[in-house]
Design a protein around this ligand. Structure first.
Ligand SMILES: [Zn+2]
Length: 224
């Protein structure tokens, strides 16, 4: 027995609540929550050659290419800590090439489990298409939970609006793209026997409970 935490990947459609759940799990197990954004920012802050490349893409608003993203993850794990102590990856791997690269990078410290948060498309559509955002501070609301005075932010009085990419049509397109790139990852982890599908509907607490049960079941079985 060691005191190390689980090594997890959390998958889920945009709007499935992945980021929120990853943050809760990270707190519960005391392990690092590694979103791609945070890994990029860490690389840029360290000023490594990869970090310098990442900065160019981030500054131009372009998607960071696969090979650079994989280098960032490699460099991060090369430092060792999270490999031993456990982590939650959120937003990586994003496609099959990244999933295969991750297996190489982790080598002697394999993933304990890959959790796929499943939420029906209609629920996602309601969550995202109903979302309204403060243009000033980014606080989020929902048509069913509006700010106190009509569409003025509770925090700073800024206009609360629907983002262009939160319309139903835009969300449907995003979900289609997500499925295309994610189905191969799901198949990949299923073939490795690491995939667990978790119902992502209901309250955050309910989803959290389901996730903990699956993780503890898996990690408890392992020999460490
Ligand atoms: Zn605001």
């Amino acid at each position: 027995m060691t005191t190390s935490g689980p090594r997890l990947v959390l998958l889920g459609m945009p709007g499935a609540g992945k980021g929120t759940q990853a943050a809760l799990l990270s707190e519960h197990y005391g392990v690092s929550h590694l979103s791609t954004g945070e890994l990029f920012r860490a690389a840029v802050a360290h000023g490594t050659p990869t970090g310098v490349e990442v900065k160019v893409f981030l500054d131009s608003g372009e998607l960071v290419p696969d090979d650079i993203t994989i280098s960032v993850v490699e460099e991060y794990f090369a430092e060792g800590g999270p490999l031993e102590n456990g982590f939650i990856l959120d937003g990586f791997p994003r496609n099959l090439a990244q999933a295969e690269a991750l297996e190489r990078v982790l080598a002697g410290h394999p993933l304990d489990v890959v959790l796929d948060l499943e939420v029906p498309t209609e629920v996602i559509l309601d969550r995202i298409a109903g979302r309204r955002v403060c243009v000033t501070c980014g606080a989020t609301y929902h048509v069913n939970h509006p700010p106190k005075s009509p569409w003025k932010c509770d925090v700073d009085g800024g206009d609360v609006v629907q983002r262009d990419d939160d319309t139903e049509e835009a969300v449907r397109r995003r979900l289609e793209v997500y499925e295309q790139v994610t189905v191969p990852i799901i198949d990949f982890y299923a073939a490795l026997g690491k995939l667990v599908i978790v119902d992502g509907t209901g309250t955050g607490d309910e989803v959290q409970e389901r996730l903990l049960k699956e993780i503890d079941g898996r990690v408890g079985q392992a020999s460490r």
